[in-house]
Ligand binder design. Sequence first.
Ligand code: GLP
Length: 241
Amino acid sequence: MQLEWTETGEAFAGQAAARVASLLAETPDAAIALPTGSTPIGLYARLRAMEAAGELPLSHAHFFNLDEYVGVAPANRHSFAAFLRRHLLDEADIPAEHIRLLRGDAPDIEAEAAAHDAAVAARGGLDLAILGLGSNGHIAFNEPGAPWDAGTHVVPLTEATRMANAAYFPDGFQVPSHGLTMGIGMIRAARRVLLMVSGPAKAEALGALLAARPDPDWPVTALCGHPGLTVIADAALRGVR
Ligand code: GLP
C-alpha cells in the first residue's frame, strides 16, 4: 500500500489527480469507477481543469459509477449519476458510449446490476476504482458485514449512512432505504484502487485499514494487501496510525 498524507485540500485533490493522470498516460482507454460524496469534488475539479488545459485527455477512458440509490432515476438531481455528470462527466469531452451509470429506477434492478458487471467485464475489468470512505468503513455502499466476493448488487443502507447522505440535501430529499453498489469482490479485482480519506469523521475507519487486520465489520479492510492500493489522506488524520 502506498500512503500519502496531504496538508491541504489542494494537495489532496492534486495528488489524486496525478494518480489518475499517470494511469491515463499508461492506459488511455482505462476503465475507471467513480465515487460520489464531498471527498472527490476537488479531484473532479482538478481533472476538469487539466482536461481544459489540454494536459489530460479523458475521451478514451471509460467511466462507471460505483453506486446509486435504488428507486432514483439518473435524471433526478439527487442521483449519484446526476452528481457525476455535474461534477465531471458532462463537463469533459467524454463520449456518451464511454459512460455507464447505474439506473437506480430500472424496473428489473437485478438485471441492471448484472448489466453493470457485464459492462465492466467487457472492458476487461476495472483499471482503477476511486473510492471515498464512509465513517463506518463502508466503501461504495458496501456496509459493515457485506460479503467480500460480490459483484454489483442491491443492499440495505444503514441508518448512519442514510443520515450522513441526507445532510447533502437540505431540500428534504428522503434518502432511499436501499442502494445499488459494485460489490467488494469487484472493487478488489480492480488493478488499482485509489482511496481518498478526508475529514475527522473518517479517523476510526482509516485506523481500521491501517491496522491491517481484515475485518468484515470494517469493509474498507477488504483492501488490506491489495497490491495496487494507494491511500491519500488528510495529514490531520496522521494520529490514527
Ligand atoms: C456515500 C457513498 C460513498 C462515499 C461516502 C463518503 O455513502 N456511497 O461512495 O464514499 O458516502 O462520502 P463523503 O465523501 O461525502 O464523506
